[in-house]
Design a protein around this ligand. Structure first.
Ligand code: UDP
Ligand code: MG
Length: 312
């Protein structure tokens, strides 16, 4: 393995007290042939369990371990950003701290990164065996939509990836507060190598994601990267005008020919259709407005309450 100056590994943690020890052991084993300096940057995203204590304890004995703790739960995207901002390495890896992104893959990723033309080495999910069918279907449709709307292919994409310094600096220059890490790295356009991996079962504990959280992530991902839904509302409006023109001709014709009043059903259907279409349109506008509102407030993405640095 070719070594570079410093390797930073960013690991977001939320309530991972039981996974921490086996994860750290697996990391150390995976990196045993890596001779240059490594910093393991654990970002405790406001855990309510003993996660932070585990990080602090590990930092006492393991010089590679560093940590920062948010004042509260700000979300995984915020934790990744905090890690990227703190990382000093020429190469930076982001991975989950629950073992689902297998540490045993690190040598392969580091090896692929020795190609100097490559900016990103991304681990791509080849099987989603750890997910339920509903989650798989949701992910498939979301990724299809993102590809159609933005041209970014996120099929199988995960947050498990290595990025060179140029990529990190680009990400840190992107000022948006609402962030979607995996799509943003693809957006940078640096040359990317994909390495397939099977998502592993969790080492312990349970996922922190809720269905509501995932839906919010999907809406954010779409509204942050594409204005296509707004165009769709516009098109729907055009369709409505076309239909109403046809109906106007029919209504006038009925009036001219003196046909008796009928059409309760069609009237009801029209009212329901356009009523719902209006609400849908307002809802989509609202999603963009909420995004602009959050961006314009420009509050910090996260707040750090505590830090633990390497033992000198
Ligand atoms: N995580 C986080 N903040 C959160 C939720 C999750 O930092 O609000 C971390 C979590 O500890 C793990 C990673 O993000 O290291 C992935 O989370 P999880 O395993 O819960 O999600 P899944 O694997 O189901 O996508
Ligand atoms: Mg997980």
């Amino acid at each position: 393995m070719k070594n570079c100056q410093l390797l930073s590994i960013v690991i977001p943690l939320h309530n991972e007290e039981d996974t921490f020890a086996p994860f750290l052991a697996a990391m150390q084993q995976a990196l045993q042939d890596w001779t240059s300096e490594v910093e393991l940057l654990f970002v405790d995203d406001g855990s309510s369990d003993q996660t932070w204590m585990r990080v602090c304890q590990a930092a006492q004995t393991e010089s590679q371990v560093q940590g920062l703790r948010f004042t509260r739960n700000f979300g995984k995207e915020a934790a990744i950003l905090a890690g990227l901002e703190a990382a000093r390495g020429e190469w930076v890896i982001v991975m989950d701290g629950d073992g689902q992104h297998p540490p045993s893959m690190l040598p392969q990723i580091l090896n692929a990164a020795t190609d100097e033309t490559v900016g990103i080495v991304a681990a791509r999910k080849s099987a989603r065996t750890a997910d339920g069918w509903l989650a798989r279907m949701f992910a498939k449709h979301f990724n299809r939509f993102m590809l159609a709307a933005t041209g970014l292919d996120l099929d199988g994409a995960s947050d498990f990836r290595l990025m060179k310094r140029a990529v990190i600096d680009t990400l840190l220059r992107m000022p948006e507060k609402i962030r979607f890490f995996r799509a943003m790295t693809v957006w940078t356009g640096f040359k990317q190598i994909d390495l397939p991996f099977d998502v592993q079962p969790r080492l312990a504990g349970t996922t922190s994601w809720t269905t509501g959280g995932l839906i919010k992530l999907a809406v954010t991902g779409i509204t942050a990267f594409s204005a296509k839904p707004l165009t769709a509302v516009f098109r729907l409006g055009l369709l409505g005008i076309f239909i109403s023109f046809l109906l106007a001709v029919q209504a006038l014709w009925s009036w001219i020919t003196g046909v008796a009043i009928s059409g309760w059903t069609s009237l009801t259907l029209i009212i329901i259709f356009f009523g719902s279409a209006n609400l849908l349109g307002i809802g989509i506008l609202g999603a963009y407005l909420a995004q602009i509102f959050d961006e314009i407030k420009a509050r910090p993405v996260y707040l750090v309450g505590e830090r633990v640095t390497r033992k000198s």
